[in-house]
Write a protein that binds this ligand. Sequence first.
Ligand SMILES: NC(=O)c1ccc[n+]([C@@H]2O[C@H](COP(=O)([O-])OP(=O)(O)OC[C@H]3O[C@@H](n4cnc5c(N)ncnc54)[C@H](O)[C@@H]3O)[C@@H](O)[C@H]2O)c1
Length: 396
Amino acid sequence: MRVAIIGQGYVGLTIAVGAASAGHSVVGFDVNPVLVDQLNAGRSHIEGIPDLDLAGFIATGSYAASSDTSVLDGCDVIVIAVPTPLDEARNPDLSFVHAATELIATQAKSPALVINESTSYPGTLRNEIAARISGVDHLYASSPERVDPGNTDWGTKNTPRLIGGLTPAAVAKAREFYGSFCDSIIEVSSPEVAEAAKIFENTFRQVNIALVNEFAQIADALGISGREVLDAAATKPYGFMPFNPGPGVGGHCIPVDPSYLAHVANQVGVPATFIKRANEVNLAMPAYVVKRVVGGSGGSIKGKKVVVVGVSYKSNVADTREAPAAAVIDLLREQGATVTWHDDLVGIWRGESSSTIAGADVAVIVTKHDGVDLTAIKACGYVFDCTGTVAGVDGI
Ligand SMILES: NC(=O)c1ccc[n+]([C@@H]2O[C@H](COP(=O)([O-])OP(=O)(O)OC[C@H]3O[C@@H](n4cnc5c(N)ncnc54)[C@H](O)[C@@H]3O)[C@@H](O)[C@H]2O)c1
């Protein structure tokens, strides 16, 4: 199949490589010309997609990146994989989806299967994509992406793929496409079910993470180890699923997607109370971390040198979107500390460069990448660990 993928970020490039590996002819379309040049030079920006693989697909002609909109015409399949962030008021921002839809409406003159993989609320494929395109008999399907960047156990091939189509023909074509590079395809009765399943999965995580974050605070106030309690509870062989407390939630999914569900819930008059409360708890975690750091440092960190270790939102990835480290750093600075941060994967962030760990009075481990220098961290006067993975130090 000739496949165009709109958006070559975490999701789009991952799918592009999956489709290219199945022998499809893939063009990765992106509005960012610098990224397009980088990809065409065989340089991947995604953990889990080695440069060598990308270069191999380019060499055999099964993958090319482009910012030329004419590549969208004459395709069998067009996949939308663009950002779906929140606006300033934390409401869904579908402007990228609308822009991608507009491109299909104006450029794709022959019928194609149009798939949306971007995460959004139920009704997006039908009302925000298909309803905005006329004049060409495209097929439409929703297949929300479940990729977990950096996860080496679960990838595009072995993660079951949900598909819901506007018509049986769309479902059949989507099955043929995904069946060529995914092991397990699960058809659901409508695109709305597929869309809702994806945001419910992430809401499930958001709410459970908030629950353990709140519990960690209760346990600490009670003078018991929250982590030990969670480990103990996890020995129950049924009816319990462990989640870890931390400094808050980050990335493009967990802090964002539940608000898409809350948005449509409010529209139909059902308040999404769990999502609201989970957001409050998770967004307050950086302040809790700073309170504990101040307490553990003798009641004040004014004038102290603090290094925040790991600023991306999870270990072994460089993604800093919505990362709670930003709020931790800002709040530490408000307390009068001199704050630097260390993250070899991130390098440069918010106009600042990664610093060394050595010489700090206080180290706050927000995210722990493999290979971080624990000896240097432990040499700091006081260490607070948000990851629960460093023995013998204070933390949550
Ligand atoms: N990152 C994840 O782990 C993950 C996992 C599952 C689902 N998702 C969802 O997938 C979608 C994409 O997320 P992502 O992480 O890949 O985003 P990303 O920011 O990594 O990549 C998006 C890309 O789309 C490009 N783009 C924006 N507007 C465009 C347009 N009109 N035409 C062409 N390209 C355009 C951007 O330049 C960027 O390269 C979102 O809805 C997200 O919620 C993300």
